[in-house]
Design a binder for this molecule. Sequence first.
Ligand code: UDX
Length: 434
Amino acid sequence: MRVAMIGAGYVGLVSGACFAEFGVDVCVVDTDPSKIEALKAGRIPIYEPGLDRLVEENAREGRLTFTTELKEAIHGADAVFLAVGTPTRRGDGHADLTYVFAAAEQVAKAAEGPLVLVTKSTVPVGTGAKVKEIVRRVRPELEIEVASNPEFLREGNAIGDFMRPDRVVIGVDSEQAAKVLKRLYRPLYLIETPVVQTSIETAELIKYAANAFLAVKITFINQMADLCEKAGANVHDVARGMGLDGRIGRKFLHAGPGYGGSCFPKDTLALARTAQELGAPATIVEQTIAANDARKEQMAQRVIDACGGSIEGKTVAVLGLTFKPETDDMRDAPSLVIVPALAQAGATIRAYDPQSDHAKQYMPDGVHFAKNALDAAKGADALVLITEWNEFRAIAPAKLKKAMRGDVVCDLRNVWDPVQMRECGLAYSSIGRP
Ligand code: UDX
């Protein structure tokens, strides 16, 4: 089989490399020549564990190629995947579909024969129908089937998620599209992955519904954490006690500074807009968005309060800047709100993130970057942990205490043990734990 993947971004690159690993011939196409040059030279523009090896091996075997020429990429392809970005449109919160529609039109123009055009980008319900209109208009004589095949991969775990997904969702309205997608995913049928075959509209909505539900779940436990703090209860045990109920499930009940990343903020907003427009408002999603936005601001205030109401002239160490560990992605990271707010309140910031080299450019001027976590803590009056990189878990509280000038530690991810921290003389606070 042969596949063209349009877009060498996160989804396109991971999916392309994984299909190649399944034995499919994959050509990844992107309009950015520097990206394609880098990929041809074996350099991966994003940080994702295991991706470099997968790309290198499959490129060496000749199953994975890169080009800037769309025509070359789709030559002989059974399926063409649209994996271009769908950022939030300025002004109204809708997903910006410019790239999707432009790519669909180019594919239709360049197509040499029948193919299946599959949307992998997260797109609002109804987009598949519009893509279909475009290809019918441009090439009425050609059999171009349209399908939706949303991706559920998590950054930092993307390859595992692709290779062993909880489910594959296939939205189709033709036998041919179903046949091609089933052949592509055959290795997953062998490991008995559930496949949800449904209409294109339903597949599109599944993706948004899943992401919005997870965002609601996180926001719910964050609010329970606030309540726990007032009531003297422990959110960790509340989450465990709730999560052991099979109907609820244990995952995504980890209280923190609010969700970020490339998907949840964008997708919740887009779903809320679509739901409003179609006259079925998703008020629970709207509330989630507002609560999560407010939470990031509150996190900065929490640090200020822990320092006695002012951080003017104080030094605050910040550990972890990316939106979550094992990624260099800064999109909608809580640090983007928390760090500027702390700087604005008059603090000197000493930051460290294992991906500092990338994260740096998103931070306000004047932030000092430290070599490692203890270096960041050196001479700090207060320390705030924003992202739970594993290396932070292993830091001995005594070393932290020794490095710091002050004793305030705000752990926004509950990675440290309150008893140990306090035994070392640190004024430790975490999220929703007494
Ligand atoms: C998410 C979805 O999991 C994935 O299925 C979808 O396709 C894309 O969006 P990703 O954005 O990579 O993936 O990260 P994820 O691990 O889901 O975390 C998202 C955010 O929620 C992070 O900021 C994370 O810190 C936060 N989070 C997650 C919590 O605060 N608590 C939790 O319990 C889980």
